[in-house]
Design a protein around this ligand. Sequence first.
Ligand SMILES: Nc1nc2c(c(=O)[nH]1)N[C@@H](CN(C=O)c1ccc(C(=O)N[C@@H](CCC(=O)O)C(=O)O)cc1)CN2
Length: 294
Amino acid sequence: MTLAEWRTKTAERIDGRAIARALDARTAAEIAAIVRRDGIAPGLAVVLVGEDPASQVYVGRKIDACRRVGIVSSEHRLPADTAQDALLTLIARLNADPRIHGILVQVPLPAHIDAGAVLGAIDPAKDVDGFHPVNVGRLSTGTGGLVPCTPLGVMLLLDSVLDDLTGLDAVVIGKSNIVGKPIAMLLLEREATVTVTHIETRGLADIVRKADLVIAAAGAPRLVRGFWIKQGAVVIDVGITRVLQDDGRTKLVGDVAFDEVQHARAVTPVPGGVGPMTIACLLANTVKAANQNK
Ligand SMILES: Nc1nc2c(c(=O)[nH]1)N[C@@H](CN(C=O)c1ccc(C(=O)N[C@@H](CCC(=O)O)C(=O)O)cc1)CN2
């Protein structure tokens, strides 16, 4: 395709909601098969400490999503001043409960709690968030395990537009343990050539401009501008920031200036891109855990 043709093109909008719905349908069918086989539905324990408004919304959506596909959820909402030991005691109880196949602790946790200690206390076989060091190690060595939900969702979105990632230049913007680093591992597994960058990276725009795949996960609204993006690149926007508008209302904004990247081959919107995949992949991971621990 010539440059002139690309200029008149509109990027494909990758519909995360539709792809998540399709994954949920497959998950629901697998759950029905598990119930027929074992007589018991997969169980997911959802733990929320404190009253962070966004976390409350996400946890509510996870519980609703469980109901939709047939996962039995148990909800554990604890006050913000919960002692770390009390949380660890709850996790030990959930680890030992045979009706619970998956455990997730919503993050961020309050500042007085050592998140590493808490996430590391979850049985790796029930760690449906894939945050436990055992699962992190398995991902980085390509030896299976449970994979974090947002990175898994990002890969499914890429698969919806590309057959093969072999040899493609991928740039990940963001180095968090739960998004940036695992995405880099998953891209490497698929033979992409991966550059991990972050907000302090020098010459970030020039690095991104060379990429066939751009995964923006820096949590910096509209960081990635149109002129950063190569013609025909695939752009996945993981950032979700609520910003205040001039009229006093708030709206969700991604890390990518969506309106400026229409010369890309495909781009995810915010909202409606990666976010819905996070919850769909959590449900899929719960089924995977139930199948592995029957
Ligand atoms: N234990 C975990 N904690 C957190 C995770 C996680 O995977 N495990 N990820 C994020 C929050 N998160 C799920 O927990 C999450 C974020 C966003 C969405 C989503 O559907 N976003 C929508 C818009 C939401 C809105 O309207 O406010 C979208 O992008 O379309 C789902 C889940 C941090 N914590």
